[in-house]
Ligand binder design. Structure first.
Ligand code: MN
Length: 497
């Protein structure tokens, strides 16, 4: 079976998303996650761009990852030297080949462009480093000139050529035709890089693979210049689950990877995003939900399951859901609750339903976990005696907490970007540095300014144990503090055992 290689450019093209700049620590986290996911190549950046970029590429190149690390460079000797100095496994060089870009930006003859490309490919290869060559704006370049330059670099020893649809104007039919012609003409492996200006990045990448492309360039969540690049998750599942080709991706980490990049980039995924979106495997209507519960293939594509991509199926639980249905739902999730907790959950689901809130099966499971994990007053390691939280337009949000921590009186204070942030930081100080808040979600249940706020937080300790807890009340700051304190008490109780 054909194996299609995955070249990830989240850290290079993805970072060129308007408004994104990843600090080094984020880049390292993303690189490690991509390596765990199993991408073949990580394009870590453009080393000649800035000193910071050079250092981050070098750091990633020296992490000892299984993936090859690639650095981008123009067909310019200084750029290439910087990339080589950054210890990359591969240098990806590019030069414009389309009429419009040659006239307005490159301003060299076509012969000179070929000559420069050949010379620099030979230079890179003489350093024992792999080389990828891109004819920038390839999809707007005359095919004869493309063949000439790709053949020339092939003869110079390039390892792989890339065919970028730099401005996202190709259609799947054109892409299929172009890659077919190049595949027939060249021996060197072919890679493609597609942009999403017309929503066709994934379709064009797929067409290129059908025409014989050996490798594809993608980004996590499709982030990138303008409308972005082809989405890693969509391309991988399309060519593996639908087309039946092989990739080296461990698909069970797709959702985890998407969430990490969503969080670090600040670019929220719409819930209807394919494969990794919140709703990708959610069902609400009675007919669909019933069908899916008896056989998932009835109302899902069937070629992929939520488990394959690290997702979970969600069924919206109506307020008419009975005790038996909720009990069964919990037991299917491996959650066995006592009768009185079950009664409380049923009551809560009805109450939320009456307030107009949609409750999913995962909400029910969270409720059960929260209720089972509630720590009795006597067992609590931390209790808050007094909380003062200040905010306003002329003061820095500040939280001061008086608390009892394992029998000892403590006072802490912290500032934050807002009152909730300040309060959570103060709680974290009470507990010590070893506890971090990994997820925070707040829902307002119904109505006006007296609406009940419900907060769910997930807290992780230094041993990787996670616990989700809930806090609720009309005061959003205190509901947040309660949720964290509940989670921390539960973790400390587990640790004491
Ligand atoms: Mn690009």
């Amino acid at each position: 079976m054909r194996n299609v290689k995955i070249f990830d450019t989240t850290l290079r093209d993805g970072e060129q998303t308007p408004g994104i700049s990843f600090p080094l620590s984020y880049k390292i986290q993303i690189a490690r996650q991509l390596d765990k996911l199993g991408v073949d190549v990580i394009e870590a950046g453009f080393p000649a761009a800035t000193q910071g970029e050079f250092e981050s590429v070098k750091e990633i190149a020296n992490l000892g990852l299984s993936a090859a690390v690639c650095g981008l460079a123009r067909v310019v000797r200084e750029d290439i030297d910087r990339a080589i100095q950054a210890d990359v496994d591969m240098v990806h060089i590019f030069i414009s080949t389309s009429r419009i870009q040659i006239e307005h930006t490159v301003k060299k003859s076509r012969e000179k462009i070929v000559e420069d490309a050949v010379r620099e490919v030979e230079y890179i290869k003489s350093h024992g480093v792999e080389c990828m060559f891109s004819a920038m704006d390839a999809t707007r370049t005359e095919i004869d000139y493309l063949k000439t330059i790709y053949r020339a670099v092939e003869e110079a020893g390039v390892d792989i050529i890339n065919v970028p649809d730099t401005v996202g104007v190709a259609t799947p039919f054109q892409m299929y035709d172009l890659i077919s012609k190049l595949r027939e003409y060249l021996r060197v492996p072919i890679d493609v890089h597609c942009h999403n200006d017309f929503g066709l990045a994934v379709a064009n990448t797929y067409a290129a693979v059908k025409a014989g492309a050996d490798e594809v360039q993608v980004t996590v969540n499709g982030i990138g210049e303008r409308a972005g690049n082809a989405s890693l998750a969509e391309v991988v599942m399309l060519i593996s689950a639908v087309e039946g080709l092989k990739t080296n991706i461990r698909t069970e980490y797709l959702v985890e990877t998407a969430r990490l990049v969503e969080r670090l980039s600040g670019i929220k995924l719409p819930p209807n995003t394919p494969i990794v979106g919140e709703n990708a495997f959610s069902h609400e209507s009675g007919i669909h939900a019933h069908g899916v519960l008896s056989n998932a293939k009835t109302f899902e594509p069937g070629l992929i399951t939520p488990e394959m991509v690290g997702h979970r199926r969600r069924i919206v639980v109506g307020k008419h859901a009975g005790r038996h249905q909720i009990k069964k739902l919990l037991e299917d999730a491996g959650c066995f609750v006592s009768e009185d907790i079950l009664a409380k959950i049923v009551e809560k689901v009805k109450d939320l339903g009456d307030r107009g809130k949609k409750v999913t099966d995962l909400d029910v499971i969270t409720l059960a976990e929260v209720m089972m994990g509630e720590v009795s007053r006597e067992e609590r390691a931390i209790t808050i005696d007094e909380a003062t939280i200040l905010t306003g337009n002329r003061i820095t949000p500040t939280a001061i907490l008086n608390a009892e921590v394992e029998g000892e009186k403590k006072v802490t204070s912290a500032i934050g970007v807002g009152p909730v942030d300040a309060a959570l930081r103060a709680v974290a100080q009470l507990v010590g540095k070893s506890i971090k808040i990994t997820e925070f979600r707040m829902d307002a249940i119904t109505g006006g300014s007296d609406a009940l706020a419900e907060v769910y937080v997930t807290v992780e300790d230094d041993e990787g144990r996670k616990f989700t807890a809930r806090g609720a009340g009309p005061d959003i700051v205190m509901a947040s503090v309660d949720a964290v304190i509940n989670a921390v008490n539960y973790l400390m109780k587990m640790r004491a055992r």
